[in-house]
Design a protein around this ligand. Structure first.
Ligand code: ZN
Length: 469
């Protein structure tokens, strides 16, 4: 079946795929498939026996798996500057933060722009077509950092969901945890959230930038201000993002400060709504999972970061079985420290099997998290995370030929994709535009941006007085 008018020429045709994994409502998989694209949207799909429309441009996907572009639901792009830094590589969450803060405190517009550019390029090379970024290191009068990251996303070509994370208090017992420079006035924070939405947030299908906001952690904004923030999100019709139940330290802090756990505080301040997606959720109790389901909260699963910081293994099978939408997130570049969503997908597969047995998770369920689950986190189910008529033309093309797939003859390209590697997409397409071709970023500024990133990072270390090897 085709929706194209006879003789209409589409913008782009991806054809001859080994398999198109549509991840649509019926999880249709099309052998020898093709995908037709016009005006940034999928206009038609077909198989080997269906005649495709004529196209102004054709990409041959012979021997390739075609999937919806992967969606990254949790990141802190600015953390690129402290990757693999010896002072933090053996720490749990709170000491890890304290080790990195003096360097991050130097963040300015240029640093935010460069780290976002580099980080989003890395994401694109791993088949990611839409990413969030939770930026919580805002020092007064240091410029418009979120705007700088949005500019970078536009240059890379990534669909971008920046989340303006906020810190207005560290509580009576958290004075040693946070530098005073990032604890900002609540009224200023609320005004900034509204300004960013009004300046950058796009609505409707095809939006390339959508702004979210929320407390960085549930206890880092006062209860009254958080409730005002929730009301603001309702009024502006945008989503909220925060961390919940990541480490044992979160609960200890909240119990000491408020007399209840991190999850209970999340509910207490009004964040437990269907506007919210939360990062981690490593240690929810069974009744808390029920409350997530009832409220319609989505979860960003970040398995590599949870391993690196020793936080634990999230009960993903339980969350999904209960009906919680679960997406994947690489988390920050200093607690993973990779920004590859393919690697994160494989990590989710491995940890899921380790935690709940080899039959508890397979490549298809992980691909579902990385696509449809991610779209649910970002509030864009039905538009992103699937290839269907009218969906966004966000695709990843994975070459299944070569030594890593050497086999007597694999029957299942989706399992092979996640079990065999390698990590990179051959082509990544966002809104019908090719941003990665043949494993290379289309924007040729990558080398110069990476060089400048290194220079600025070195300067940040010098300014902070921290040693760098
Ligand atoms: Zn995080």
């Amino acid at each position: 079946m085709t929706t194209e008018a006879p003789g209409r020429v589409v913008d782009l045709l991806v054809r001859h795929a080994r398999l198109v994994a549509t991840m649509d409502a019926g999880r249709r998989e099309i052998d020898g498939g093709w995908v037709a694209i016009s005006d940034g949207r999928v206009t038609d799909l077909g198989g080997a026996l269906d005649a495709p429309p004529a196209a102004r441009r054709t990409i041959d996907a012979e021997g390739c798996l075609v999937t919806p572009g992967l969606i990254n639901t949790h990141h802190h792009l600015f953390q690129n500057f402290t990757r693999a830094w010896p002072e933090m590589t053996s720490q749990t969450l709170f000491p890890w933060m304290s080790a990195c803060f003096p360097v991050w405190e130097r963040l300015d517009e240029e640093a935010a722009y460069l780290s976002a550019w580099v980080g989003l390029a890395e994401m694109a090379l791993s088949g990611c077509t839409a990413s969030t970024d939770m930026l919580y290191f805002h020092v007064q009068d240091r410029g418009d950092l979120v705007a700088a990251t949005i500019r970078a996303a536009g240059e890379v070509g990534m669909r971008f969901h920046p989340s303006r994370a906020s810190i207005s208090t560290c509580g009576s017992t958290g004075g040693d945890l946070l530098p005073r420079s990032i604890v900002l006035d609540p009224d200023h924070i609320l005004a900034e959230c509204e300004r960013l939405v009004k300046t950058f947030h796009q609505t409707g299908p095809g939006a390339m930038v959508q702004v979210a906001f929320g407390p960085s952690m549930t206890f880092m904004v006062g209860a009254d201000t958080t409730r005002q923030m929730v009301e603001l999100a309702e009024r502006l019709d945008v989503r909220m993002h925060t961390h919940v139940a990541e480490s044992a330290g979160d609960d200890e802090f909240c119990l000491q400060e408020f007399g209840h756990t991190d999850f209970e505080h999340f509910e207490h301040v009004g964040l437990c709504t269907d506007r919210t997606w939360v990062a981690h959720c490593v240690r929810p109790k069974p009744h808390e999972i029920d409350r997530l389901v009832a409220a319609g909260v989505a979860v960003a699963h970040c398995p590599s970061s949870n391993c690196m910081l020793g936080s634990g293994i999230a009960p993903v099978a339980d969350l999904r079985a209960a009906g919680v939408p679960v997406g994947l997130g690489v988390d920050g570049s200093s607690s993973n420290d990779s920004g590859s969503l393919w690697l994160e997908s494989r990590q989710a597969l491995l940890l899921g099997k380790l935690r709940d047995g080899p039959a508890s998770v397979d490549a298809r369920s992980v691909l579902e998290m990385a696509t449809r689950g991610g779209a649910a986190c970002l509030g864009r189910a039905g538009e992103l995370g699937e290839l269907s008529i009218g969906s966004a033309a966000d695709l990843a093309i994975w070459d299944l030929r070569g030594v890593t797939w050497a086999s007597g003859g694999f029957e299942d390209p989706i399992e092979a994709w996640l079990r065999c590697g390698p990590a990179g997409a051959r082509d990544t397409i966002v809104a019908g535009i090719v941003i990665v071709a043949g494993g290379e970023l289309a924007n040729t500024a990558l080398d110069s941006v990476t060089t400048q990133h290194r220079k600025v990072g070195t300067h940040m270390f010098e300014q902070s007085g921290r040693a760098r090897r």
